[in-house]
Design a protein around this ligand. Structure first.
Ligand code: ATP
Length: 448
């Protein structure tokens, strides 16, 4: 593709211009008059002014040129509003990102279609492939995960968007365990990243708390701890019965999750653009002394590599109290699998409930999986009342992870607007159903 063709592509696809820029690897000098941009489509809006190096999203590994270019696009517009200068060479469009979509059970089947609709309305260059893994399939043919399923996901997809698993008809919950925990463990998705952000003061049950007061992230270890199912039952059903549940903590596992938390802190800013600068490790090392000792020693060692980041510690019980007393103090929290599971439900309560919380299960450089924090919620399934915003924000998180930051920001802005205008489901005070709330956000995104 020569320079003229690149110009033409950019001008012809103005609505996707950020995507087009994202697709350029390397650079050539291309100057586009702002007037031509606007007259050619009328949909290009440089409403976000992000000075170079100040975006909320980190530079994706291996894509340094791409990120640099995008930051440069917005900066000149802030001052002169005359030219946009791209510095692009060897323009090579990259292929669309491939996403596996697994809605799963219960409200997963309702919220994921809304998230998909919103992704499509954002114009993100993705190819979506549906999978029917879940209770219905298991009850039909006994299959939880098809042979080679996890290898196929890792090989053929860039990311996975998941709903939820759990169905009262499957008493053992075996399918949920094999699919969800299988994905986390077998694909080694060791970092469960759960952002906690308050979009509107009305959503927080605490008095006097504003959106700027709650903007932290919990990094939960996702492949070890008490969820590995190590242990057993001896003399079951007798008065002498013994049950053990082992808490697995490996040096490698503890070190990589703590390092991930520091890297996340270093590379991300808060919603208002201010830098993150604190990592707090949460444990129960006063009672669980062996595992606690390992976490304490590794935290001290790794934090030494990041002198610019303040390292803090809190016992998990104290942290729960502090989260309710003063959530302003938190920035990045790193903890083990079980404590992370528990404190993120509490944290979800601060941001409007389980229906608002997003998460990513990440292994840098590998196919990662994104899912709303909530489960399949059988009592409300099939009633068109589930809040789709957690799933929609999860989709935005996934797009940002894949480098599609402008689409992610458009989606987040649309959810924020929906909350402000009360175009929401009843759990957070609005009058809409799942489908209607999803459609409102999708429309807002398509007009952005
Ligand atoms: P899991 O064990 O799979 O994490 P859970 O038992 O912790 O699931 P959920 O299935 O997440 O719990 O839901 C618990 C309750 O929270 C639901 O019954 C519902 O009342 C509420 N809830 C969860 N998600 C949503 C949502 N998206 N919209 C509205 N309410 C929700």
């Amino acid at each position: 593709m020569d320079r003229l063709q690149v110009c033409f592509k950019l001008l012809a696809e103005l609505r996707k211009i950020n995507v087009a820029i994202g697709l350029m690897e390397g650079c050539a000098d291309i100057v586009i008059k702002r007037e031509s941009c606007i007259s050619a489509s009328g949909t290009l809006r440089f409403e976000r002014h992000i000075p170079a190096g100040r975006s909320r999203y980190p530079q994706p590994a291996g894509n340094s040129q791409r990120w640099f270019v995008r930051a440069q696009v917005f900066a000149p517009f802030c001052s002169r509003c005359v030219y946009v200068t791209f510095a692009c060479m060897n323009a090579q469009p990259t292929s669309r990102k491939r996403i596996a979509v697994i809605p799963g059970d219960g409200i997963g089947q309702e919220v994921i279609p809304q998230a998909v609709k919103v992704i499509q309305s954002s114009g993100a260059p993705v190819e979506l492939t549906d999978f029917d893994w879940g209770a219905d399939r298991y009850l039909r043919d006994g299959v939880t995960v098809p042979a080679d399923g996890f290898a196929m996901l890792g090989r053929d997809f860039d990311a996975i968007l998941v709903g939820a698993f759990g169905d009262p008809r499957v008493k053992t919950n075996i399918h949920a365990k094999e699919i969800l925990l299988g994905m986390r463990f077998k694909m080694d998705l060791y970092a469960n990243v759960r952002p906690v952000r308050l979009l509107d003061a009305a959503l927080c049950p605490l008095k006097g708390i504003e959106p700027k007061d709650i903007d932290f992230v919990v990094v939960r270890e996702n492949t070890e701890g008490v969820y590995t199912d190590a242990g057993g039952i001896f003399k079951q059903g007798t008065p002498d019965e013994i049950a053990t549940q082992e808490d697995i903590n490996t040096r490698k596992g503890v070190e990589r999750i703590i390092r991930y938390a520091f890297q996340h802190c270093e590379r991300h800013t808060k919603l208002d653009g201010s830098p993150r600068n604190k990592v707090l490790m949460c444990d129960k090392s006063n009672a669980m002394t062996h595992a606690g000792s390992l976490w304490q020693r590794v935290f001290k060692e790794v934090s030494g590599e990041y002198p610019q980041i303040t390292a803090q510690h809190m016992y998990v019980d104290a942290l729960c109290m502090q989260m309710v007393r003063d959530p302003r103090q938190f920035d990045v929290i790193v903890t083990n699998n079980m404590f992370g599971d528990i404190i993120t439900d509490l944290a979800a309560g601060l941001q409007g409930g389980l229906g608002m919380a997003a998460s990513g299960n990440i292994h840098p450089g590998k196919t990662s999986m994104f899912e709303p924090v909530h489960g399949s919620a059988p009592p409300i399934a099939g009633k068109n009342v589930a809040n789709p915003f957690g799933a929609i924000l999860t989709a935005a998180m996934m797009l940002a992870h894949l480098g599609m930051t402008s689409e992610a920001e458009k989606i987040e802005a649309a959810v924020l607007e929906a909350v402000r205008q009360k175009k929401t489901t009843q759990d957070i005070g609005g009058p809409l159903g799942t489908i209607e709330a999803g459609e409102w956000v999708a429309n807002f995104v398509s007009l952005a």
